[in-house]
Design a protein around this ligand. Structure first.
Ligand code: UT7
Length: 316
């Protein structure tokens, strides 16, 4: 079995910035104090009508391929995690990327696991590397959930921002990805969903239930990962949780014994960028030189479905 590591990363966010105060100016009964205290979010970036999850994915992917030091002909597969693709049914974002990046006629497919999309895509990509079926896989996570929020619903629209994160996952002689485990419980599908009878389609959420299900499931999943990989909250180098709510993140980190300074965050600036939040954090940290070879990185995705997944990776 061959090992998979991250060879390059990139991210893209749209240009339109919305501050918490902007919501009050739009006439919503909310405040910067409420949003910061309950979620940790200060700003988010929103796609305009010409920007889609595929255009953001393309920009992120170009940077990832460049940072990996590869050329377009060396990419063997495209996996795009998204629940807000440019075309509602088909073609997939991954096929749009294959064409727009002028890649060879490689396998390309989308994967739907909501905010856990990157955990699912990374884990899936690693299987193709492990068997030797692919050497370099473009794994992209991209969402524009701002297109699926009711802008009059203050409990939803303040939470989400748009963005894309991409990595090139490559065969490596070093340890790389050492642990991946994915989970789901469709019994919680109704606490965070886009109901089929809503026109236009928009997100409906029971925030308190999502909070509880996230914390109750992610904590034991991380404890299992720590035990299987024989690392501790103290011994790992970085923790990258899905960026849904600062209070969820703090509660999880505290319960599993991960010190605050090891937690990578982008929620204050970007809001909840859904599947993209973890790979954006990876790309930001790589760009600023935070990661050193051999760093142990624990990632935890969670989101609608309900889905969740844990990955442990050594930076290569
Ligand atoms: O990827 C997964 C994505 N989702 C999540 O991670 C969501 C997880 N849940 C949460 O983050 C929290 O539940 C929220 C931040 C969504 C809400 O916080 P909460 O502490 O659970 O508040 P709540 O829903 O119980 O609402 C408390 C009050 C309500 O008013 P009343 O009924 O007490 O008068 C809400 O209407 O806060 C009100 N409220 C707001 N007030 C000001 C809801 N949204 C807002 C707002 N500004 N934006």
């Amino acid at each position: 079995m061959k090992s998979a590591g991250i060879r390059g990363a990139g991210y893209a966010i749209p240009s339109q910035k919305i501050s918490n105060d902007d919501f009050s100016k739009m006439g919503l009964e909310t405040s910067d104090e409420w949003i910061v205290a309950r979620t940790g979010i200060k700003t988010r970036y929103i796609a305009d009508e010409n920007t889609t999850s595929a255009t953001l994915a393309e920009a992120a992917a170009r940077k990832a391929i460049q940072n990996a030091g590869l050329t377009r002909t060396e990419i063997d597969m495209v996996i795009c995690a998204t629940t807000s693709p440019e075309y509602p049914l088909f073609p997939s974002n991954a096929c749009l990327l294959q064409h727009r990046l002028n890649l060879r006629q490689v396998p390309s497919f989308d994967l739907s696991a909501a905010c856990s999309g990157f955990s699912y895509a990374l884990t899936t990509g690693a299987q193709f590397i492990a068997t030797g079926a692919a050497k370099n896989i473009l794994v992209v996570a991209s969402d524009c959930l701002s297109k699926f929020v009711d802008w009059q619903d203050r409990s939803i629209c303040v939470l989400f921002g748009d963005g894309a994160g991409a990595i090139v996952l490559s065969e490596t002689a070093q340890p790389g990805l050492s642990y991946s485990r994915l989970y789901s419980d469709g019994g919680h599908g109704n606490i965070l969903c886009v109901p089929p009878d809503k026109t236009p389609p928009h997100i409906v959420m029971n925030g308190k239930a999502v909070f509880k299900v996230a914390v109750e499931n992610v904590i034991p999943a991380i404890e299992e990962a720590l035990s299987q990989t024989q690392i501790t909250g103290e011994s790992l180098t970085w923790f990258i949780p899905h960026q849904a709510n600062i209070r969820i993140i703090q509660m999880i980190a505290q319960k599993v014994g991960i010190p605050e300074e090891k937690v990578l965050l982008n929620i204050a600036e970007l809001g909840n960028t859904s599947a993209a939040s973890i790979p954006i954090a990876i790309a930001q940290a790589a760009e600023t030189g935070k990661f050193k070879p051999g760093d142990t990185i624990l990632m935890a995705g969670f989101g609608a479905g309900f889905t969740w997944g844990i990955n442990v990776l050594q930076w290569t």
